[in-house]
Ligand binder design. Structure first.
Ligand SMILES: Nc1nc2c(ncn2[C@@H]2O[C@H](COP(=O)(O)OP(=O)(O)OP(=O)(O)O)[C@@H](O)[C@H]2O)c(=O)[nH]1
Ligand code: SF4
Ligand code: SF4
Length: 308
């Protein structure tokens, strides 16, 4: 039985940030909500230890994130080590080295990948990510789709930058037999009124209404109660998932995740940095499994929905 928090939310997923480093420089990057993480990173053994503890508490769905997880040279070893404790092991990546890593990651036991991919236009791709790597990312997507099912593309929609590419991206996803996630730009309360947010926020509600009209089928995921639309295209039916978390109480009421920061803290919410729990230091000092389990349990007690 999974742990359940005070709001009745079972804890089944763990998002582990493996590093804060990234070879991209996306101007809107939230770095999993990490700020001022200490300059320490977990070793593969420590990550395995943490995942083993989490697994014993029923948290068996694990997502590897960053920064960019593939900048870690030991990424294949990390996947190999944690695989036995998971039922769904996935990674979110910019895809730039997937052409090289898809096969070894699959062999190591990775189940699926999400690839951040915001534009099909080279100039815009560079403008958004800070790197001129569109062709490499596309090669990465093609390669990943040979080894993983599903591959999901994460397209964050930004006003004036890529909102006019949504329907082209749906066709691109269909052609490559991958799932498309359309992500509404999100921010914690304190950044909502900023010039940046006002400039780039593009509401996805009208897009969702159009998807609803065109869909041959609509499903709802347990996680965040996100909706998935099955859209017919000239390449066949493609799955389009919409991620809209801002002020979405339903989204947070169905949040089943804990995070581990790159420097080994338990983090209860992407937007909360005021209640981190240090896991790595006790682990390094030789804490017993029971003591580490208590830290996980403490995080469940303090966990709460952000939008409520
Ligand atoms: N507010 C909030 N947003 C999230 C959360 N998880 C993911 N997101 C958003 O969803 C985007 C895509 O996340 P991914 O790392 O690809 O993972 P995912 O789509 O949540 O997970 P899967 O669909 O199960 O692979 C992120 O960049 C965030 O914008 C969360 O727990 N809270
Ligand atoms: S690829 Fe991801 S982690 Fe890297 S800068 Fe872009 S959003 Fe941030
Ligand atoms: S509580 Fe809400 S904002 Fe926080 S991580 Fe969960 S879904 Fe995201």
């Amino acid at each position: 039985m999974p742990l359940v928090d005070r709001f009745g939310r079972p804890l089944t997923n763990l998002r582990i940030s493996l590093t804060e480093e990234c070879n991209y420089n996306c101007f809107f990057c939230h770095r999993e909500g990490q700020i001022n993480a200490k300059k320490r990173e977990m070793t593969p053994e420590e990550i395995e230890h943490i995942v083993r503890i989490a697994s014993s508490l029923g948290i068996k769905k694990v997502k590897l994130t960053g920064g960019e997880p593939t900048v870690r040279r030991d990424i294949v070893e990390i996947v190999e080590r944690i695989k036995p404790y998971t039922t769904d092991l996935s990674m979110t990546t910019n895809g730039s080295v997937m052409n090289r890593l898809a096969e070894p990651l699959k062999e190591a036991g990775l189940n699926r990948v999400n690839i951040s991919f915001h534009s099909l236009n080279r100039k815009r791709y560079k403008q958004i990510t800070g790197v001129d790597l569109l062709d490499r990312a596309i090669k990465g997507i093609e390669k990943a789709s040979k080894f993983f099912h599903p591959v999901k593309l994460n397209m964050t929609i930004m006003r004036g930058l890529n909102e006019d590419e949504i329907w082209d991206m749906i066709e691109f996803a269909a052609k490559n037999k991958v799932v498309l996630q359309l992500i509404e730009l999100e921010a914690p309360r304190e950044l909502e009124g900023t010039e940046f947010f006002k400039t780039f926020f593009y509401p996805l509600k009208p897009v969702e209404e159009e998807l609803e009209k065109r869909a041959v089928q609509i499903k709802e995921r347990k996680l965040h109660r996100r909706r998935k639309y099955f859209i017919p295209t000239k390449y066949g039916i493609v799955e389009v998932e919409v991620v809209r978390s801002m002020h979405n109480t339903v989204f947070c009421a169905n949040c089943t995740r804990l995070r581990i920061t790159a420097d080994g803290h338990i983090k209860t919410c992407i937007y909360r940095n005021d209640n981190l729990i240090d896991l790595l230091e006790p682990l390094r000092k030789g804490a017993s499994d029971d003591e580490l389990i208590e830290l996980f349990k403490k995080s469940v007690i303090i966990r709460e929905p952000y939008w409520k």
